[in-house]
Design a protein around this ligand. Sequence first.
Ligand code: KG4
Ligand code: ZN
Length: 341
Amino acid sequence: MRIIGIETSCDETGVAVFEEGRGIIVERLFSQAPVHAAYGGVVPELASRDHVRKLVPLVREALADASVDVDALDGVAYTAGPGLAGALVVGACFARAVAWGAQIPALGIHHMEGHLLAPMLLEDSPEMPFLALLVSGGHTLLVDVEGLGRYKILGESLDDAAGEAFDKVAKMLGLGYPGGPAIEKLALSGDSKRFHFPRPMTDRPGLDMSFSGLKTYVMNIIRDMPNDTNAKADVARAFSDAICDTFVIKCSRALQNTGRKRLVVAGGVSANTDLRARLRTLEQRYDVTVYFPPIRYATDNGAMIAYAGYRRLRVGEHDISEFKVRPRWPITELRAPVKVG
Ligand code: KG4
Ligand code: ZN
């Protein structure tokens, strides 16, 4: 079975083909970051237009590179939500048209399920059930994963997502977009003893999170701080430490509450080296295994959509003729795929 995956929910155009028995056989990714950098964040209309420009050439290139003809595909998976409406529509229209032309099934995939399953593209892939920390630009979720499509939210950010907080603090520091990688780099030369930022919502029980107050706290520090050469790096360091500590505390609690033995961490922020190192310390402490996607599959990509599509299309799940994207789509609305035949 060979599935093409198409990702256009935000500012990356991603295409990949997953083949049963071989894994990802080809992938292409085009990042629109330079297009949006001048505006300090993603401009939805520019994102849609760029997906229109890039999607067809990327698919052509990928299929030619893998020597796979459209007729050799068994299904088309595309991101149907959550994400930017216009950007989602570009991928959905194209995917549905390809599927219709080739007379193969299409399936709209939940973007966060794509992230959740990305670590399964590793050779040593995590088995379900597991606990998952999903940290992207739009979502911060602690999910108990009993099986494919069987998700229970244990905690989530009540305001800004962690990635969003990285992007906003980066903007305050005059760093480029996207902010996460820029903060990670600057934090390397920062002194972790100079500032101490709050670890939001860790002083009370529960697994919900909040990053908007932390962002405001950082804003006030930046406004009042002396303009010495290392000040920005020290802020980046303290901010990164606060986020990492918060996740360590919340994941520890969730592991203890659920007794799960595996923790999967995915989504754009899971590319962060400090966060990876800090969360790995939970392995010894709680006798668990922590899994991360390969770095290139942490941020948005087509491979995770192809794989999620494979997991559902292979048991016969597919779209009906009604055409719909879901810019807002709670992950808890997903269901386990029903085996057909
Ligand atoms: O999953 P993703 O690519 O897109 C969404 O689904 O939102 O996540 C993007 C987010 C951005 O906020 C970006 O700043 C953050 O992930 N990010 C990082 C790193 N790389 C990307 N945050 C911290 N450290 C990184 N290395
Ligand atoms: Zn994403």
